[in-house]
Structures are given as structure tokens and as C-alpha cells.
Design a protein around this ligand. Sequence first.
Ligand code: SAM
Length: 329
Amino acid sequence: MSVPCVAVERERGEAVRERLAEAGVLDGDHQIAVDGDTIYIPVTDPAAVPADLDAAVVERDAAERDRPRTPAEILGYEPSLERLGDIVIVDEDDEGRAREIADAVMASDLPCETVLNRASPIEGELRVRRWDVLAGNGTETVHREYGHEFLLDVAEVYFSPRLATERHRVVEQVDSGEAAIDMFAGVGPYAVPMASRGADVVACDLNERAVEYLRENAVRNGVADRVTAIAGDVREITEEYAEAADRLVMNLPHSADAFLDTAVALAGDDCVVHYYDIQHEDDPFGPGRRAIRAAAGDEYEVAVETERVVRSYAPHEYNVCLDVRLTRI
Ligand code: SAM
């Protein structure tokens, strides 16, 4: 394609390019070319080329430059982004900047159908947040994690891709034939891979939409025969599954302590509990340890096998996990 180019001797090329950039007439969409001793610098407006450059403007074929590939290349700074399937999540308080980032994401080569910005914290019993849709229109996606796929709608259910490594750590401990109960299962990111390792999993969640996705995800990942999905309050399953669990997952970090009596009722004779908590950095594990010991009472011996900081949650606050073995006395 023919575009206007400033033609100058090669020795002056870089100095002239800088002057053109300063003047705002550099054409970034086309490539600079060299022919013999002359360099051809594409410009957007021949009339705006500074006269003191003493350079000719000619029409010349110029190849198009590759489009910038990443949002950072387009923006000139590294935005904070998170991927969830084909959704890109922006974390920006400033609305204008969020929109600028969304435009850059859509213009980049990042595979992306929808860009969302957080519009609220994670709220309520169902732990769901509200979103601003900045580009695209769908909040449902398929997210892949450690060989499993999860269909979910971020506007209807809880899901955090940041917990992938932690979930994998827990799942790797699971043996075939175990009876596992995921007390707060969401769309199944613990329950489904635990079933893939051969566990028989009971997975409960208060959020009916999450349980619908959980059922679908069990089918998608070929483990529907080993996952029993229950929509409702986990406290209501204690009778049916009393003393049934070899493993319990308690991923409700703000209020898991309120469900420890339920956990003890569900625990079998030898049961590992993965207990998630959010606590101050000064004593991140003490409150969980004490709450579990109090709930176990004289019924179980309590051995804390792992204490792990999962991630930083807020200034001076950690999201932690305690792996605790309960052995009936
Ligand atoms: N484990 C899932 C994950 O990693 O994505 C979901 C964890 S999310 C932090 C906690 C889940 O607990 C939510 O899906 C919420 O609906 C569910 N929940 C809250 N209270 C509950 C209750 N009383 N019984 C069962 N599920 C409950």
C-alpha cells in the first residue's frame, strides 16, 4: 500500500524518526524501509512534517506493521488481568481506565469473548459478586484447570481461578475408593477432580445454580457416577451422611468455624479435614486449630498435618488452609 514517507539519508534516519515522533506524525501502522542510502519513514500527515528537517516527502509502498499482540504493548503499561475461560477480568476502580484496558484486551491477540470488571466484593451466603460488562455480553464460560473443564456463570456462582494450585494440592492427596464430602462445593472444582481420582464424592452447595453446573461438570468430566450433588444447606445432610466421610473439604473461609459441628458429625473414624480460614497475619492458624479442637471434643484425636498460607487476602490478612486428621478415640 502506498503511503506518504519522509525520505532521508540513512545517517540521519534515527534523528529524523525521533523528531517525527515528537511532532506526532509518525505512522506506527506501517514499517520503515531502507533502499540503498535512503531511509523511508511513513508519516500520517505530510503537511505536519517539520520544515526544518529539510526532508522530501514521497509516496511509497510500505508494509503494514504487525499489530501489537498483548494488551500491555497496546497500553504501554501492564494491566492487572485474570483469565477465566474466554472471559478476561479487569481489576480497576477507575472506570475510564477499566474501559481503556477492555478496549486494549479486545484489540489484542488474547483469545477473549468478554471483559468484566469487578462491580462489588464477593457477597452474601452464596459468595457471588456483581460485574460490569465492559466488552462482549456473556458471563458464562468454560474454564480449564489441571485437565478438567468447568462450565460456570461468574454472575451466578462463586469461582476463583486463583485457587487452582491449592485445589490441586488437596486433590493429589485423594486415594481411590475414599468417601469424600465437599461441604461447600460450588461448581465442583474440588469434587470433580476428587472423583476423577476414584473417590466417591458427596458435593453440597446452597446455591442451586452452582449445583446445576456441578452436575453438568461431573458429566462433562466423565465422573457423574461418582458424584452425588446436593442442593441445600450442608447442615441438613448430617443425618444421611453421619460418620461417612474419609475426607471433608470446607472451603467457606469466612465462616467455616460455624460448620465444624457438622463436619465432626460427618467425619468417619479416620477423616482428613481441609479447613479454610481467613485470619490476621499475627496468628493465621491458631483460631482454626482451637476451633477444630473444641468441635472434636473428646470424640476425636486431632492431628494438624499441614498449615499453609494459600494467598494474601487483604492487608495483614491471609487465606489459610489447615489439613487436620480426626481419629476417633
Ligand atoms: N469450593 C468451591 C470453589 O472452590 O469454587 C466454592 C467455594 S465458595 C467460597 C463457598 C460456597 O459455599 C458457595 O458456593 C456457597 O454457595 C456455599 N455455601 C454457603 N453456605 C452454605 C451452606 N450452609 N451449605 C452449603 N453450601 C453453602
